[in-house]
Design a protein around this ligand. Structure first.
Ligand SMILES: [Zn+2]
Ligand SMILES: [Zn+2]
Length: 662
């Protein structure tokens, strides 16, 4: 009773505020409570892990006093926002260290990035090199242990300018000149001050581990006419163990780099003569890629797709009509001219316009729809040379493209069918860990989008229903849709936990309009079909790169270039090895003989390096009994099997994965 009265008095004394949490729960707190107070009310253990917060969609400090009702999100290091605050705060500490070690340095900017953070300094002629990293890290940890609190402070534009003018820091002066008076804040910790918009961890003591990763040159504001600055990259963690794991992951990623594996396994190459960003597929890589294509072709056939083939170029007008010229024209490959005056062709940046014209080759009734045209279509886009990276960023690549033309009523089912196909592909390739993102329009800016509101609602609902129906783990991103329609993207996580964007399914109301696509409805009137663009792999190049890094080159048995290598223990058994080879080949098993006069141990080691799934050893005993001795890659002996049992073993393993699409 007394307690209640006490609570009532407090409630009247302070006014209370209502805080809504992401799980939908609403709790009352005294006005001026902080995000950290809210965290502690959930549990002390949770509060220890909370490192940043946002209130009503705006990043705040965990120490910010909350004075109104609102929606509070608390972040830990596991959240993207949490990492951002952690690494942003770490950039402050790095700048503090550099000023201590290089007192003449001028600070510029230092943002958090995907993995860690950097800071750009004008070192006034001094140099930071690898040899200095240890020294920087030690100083960094020394400051971190000081548990200095990050404190935000507002400043007038005049004060901010005079602060940096006194330091002769023309960079900060330039930044502040672009800011509005009243919007300018500083962050102080220890004896260090920086211009900053906020979003910090509570104090430097949360940073327990740091690694300086790299140092590079960078131009002020990315413009090569400006001064060159020194960019120092680092990464930090709340636990020493996490840094250790991160560095191990980097090591493993290096071993799995698809550029390195692609060379070792002789899958693809690049030639300066042919041109940067234009991959050349070697025989083994081509065979592997064909198997992937055939796998998808078979599934697509069962799913009612029809293959088409279109040329690598098209008249410039085609892409002006489609809108691709406006999007890719200026910054991409320039038109190809011909001896005929005024005639111009473009390398195709997309297959869609060609497929629209395939649709247009004859009139359709609603009974003919959906039409599903598929093509492994090679497209060309001019990536800047600095952006090129192995097979993941290239200038010519082949999309496993298809376009579905359907009635608005068919959209729901077609979308579900495409999801089934994508899931089928991922399963056969061992991508079990993936997330999806539904990109929808921003309803507050209807002018940004084409097509009727009714159609957009239909399409967005079709995607969300399909995602729900198929049990996908999805997030909805408002405002992320293309201007022509909403989409669903698949992000897979590879064996090292890295995210890659692969397949995509997009709804499009734009191209049917631009290409005047029609069908006759049941009402005998002409209507516009809806178009779906989809590519489960995304591109063959990118997919194979991701698959290489995911599997470390240990491809699924059905896909791998060589499934079996036969190792005769001496020349005497070459004949028997050939007999076994023929039996395997008759069952369409990919096998070769290692006929070198090397010791068997050496041959086994080489086969292991080449990641061949099965080694079979043949000698006198095997020849006499018509058997083979089997070793599995990375594993122990499987013992002696009859050749037929061995063939069944492989066939079973392949057919377990390669079930036909249904
Ligand atoms: Zn800051
Ligand atoms: Zn398309």
């Amino acid at each position: 009773m007394f307690c209640n009265i006490f609570a009532l008095i407090i409630k009247i004394y302070h006014s209370m505020i209502k805080i809504t949490l992401p799980d939908g729960s609403i709790k009352e707190f005294a006005k001026n409570s902080t995000a950290m107070d809210v965290a502690k009310s959930i549990s002390e253990g949770f509060a220890r892990n909370v490192i940043s917060a946002s209130f009503n969609g705006t990043t705040i400090e965990t120490s910010t006093k909350l004075t109104t009702d609102g929606f509070l999100v608390l972040y830990t290091f596991n959240d993207r926002e949490g990492k951002k605050a952690f690494w942003h705060s770490s950039a402050h500490v790095l700048a503090q260290v550099i000023l201590e070690l290089y007192p003449n340095a001028k600070l510029t900017i230092g943002p958090p990035i995907e993995n860690g953070f950097y800071y750009d300094f004008d070192l006034e002629g001094e140099v930071v090199s690898d040899k200095d990293f240890k020294k920087i890290e030690n100083k960094f940890l020394e400051f971190a242990r000081g548990k200095f609190e990050f404190k935000m402070r507002a400043a007038s534009k005049a004060d901010a300018l005079s602060y940096y003018k006194e330091q002769n820091n023309e960079y900060k002066v330039e930044l502040i000149e672009g800011l509005t008076d009243g919007d300018i804040t500083f962050c102080d910790h220890s004896n260090f001050t920086d211009l900053c918009r906020g979003g910090h961890i509570a104090n430097t003591g949360l940073i327990k581990a740091v690694k300086i990763m790299n140092v590079a040159g960078a131009y002020w504001r990315g413009n090569e006419k400006n001064n060159q600055l020194t960019r120092v990259y680092g990464i930090s963690f709340p636990k020493q163990k996490m840094l250790k794991e991160y560095l191990q992951l980097l090591e493993e990623a290096k071993k799995r780099d698809h550029r390195k594996l692609g060379k070792e396994l002789e899958l693809f190459t690049f030639s300066q003569k042919v041109g940067a960003g234009l991959p050349l597929w070697l025989p083994k890589g081509t065979a592997l890629r064909s198997r992937l294509e055939n796998f998808l072709k078979n599934a697509q056939k069962r799913a009612g797709y029809e293959m088409v083939i279109t040329p690598h170029i098209g008249q410039k007008e085609l892409y002006v009509t489609s809108g691709h010229y406006a999007k890719y024209g200026e910054d991409s490959f320039q038109p190809i001219t011909t001896p005929k005056d005024g005639e111009e062709f473009l390398l195709k940046p997309m297959n869609c316009p060609h497929h629209c014209e395939i649709y247009n080759h004859k009139p359709y009734s609603y009974k003919d729809l959906p039409k599903r045209f598929a093509e492994f279509g090679t497209v060309y886009r001019y990536e800047q040379s600095g952006e090129l990276h192995g097979l993941t960023r290239v200038r010519g690549f082949t999309q496993d493209d298809a376009h579905i033309f359907c009635t608005p009523d068919q959209l729901d089912q077609e979308f579900k069918n495409v999801i089934d196909l994508v899931l089928y592909v991922f399963k056969a390739l061992g991508f079990e860990n993936f997330k999806t993102q539904v990109s929808v329009r921003d309803t507050e800016n209807p002018d940004k989008y084409i097509g009727s509101i009714e159609n957009w609602e239909k399409a967005e609902n079709a995607i969300i229903n399909a995602a729900k129906d198929k049990g996908l783990d999805y997030v909805i991103e408002t405002g992320e849709a293309a201007f022509y329609g909403p989409k669903l993207d698949f992000m897979i996580k590879d064996a090292l936990g890295r995210s890659w964007q692969l397949g995509t399914i997009q709804v499009d109301y734009n191209l049917p309009e631009r290409f005047d696509l029609q069908y006759k409805g049941a009402d005998n009137q002409l209507h516009r079909p809806v178009m779906i663009h989809r590519a489960p792999f995304g591109s063959m190049e990118r997919f194979i790169a991701v698959l290489l890094e995911h599997t470390g080159g240990n491809f699924p048995l059905w896909l791998t270039p060589e499934q079996v290598i036969i190792l005769p223990i001496s020349e005497k058994y070459q004949k028997y090895a050939e007999k076994v080879l023929h039996l395997l080949e008759n069952s369409e098993i990919r096998a070769t003989i290692d006929a070198r006069s090397e010791k068997t141990g050496r041959k086994i080691r080489d086969a292991e390096v080449n990641k061949i799934p099965f080694m079979i050893i043949v000698g006198e005993k095997e020849e006499n009994n018509g058997t083979v001795s089997v070793r599995k890659h990375g594993k122990e002996d499987l013992g002696t099997l009859s050749t037929h049992s061995f063939i069944s073993l492989i066939e079973d393993e392949v057919s377990k994965i390669l079930v036909p699409f249904s």
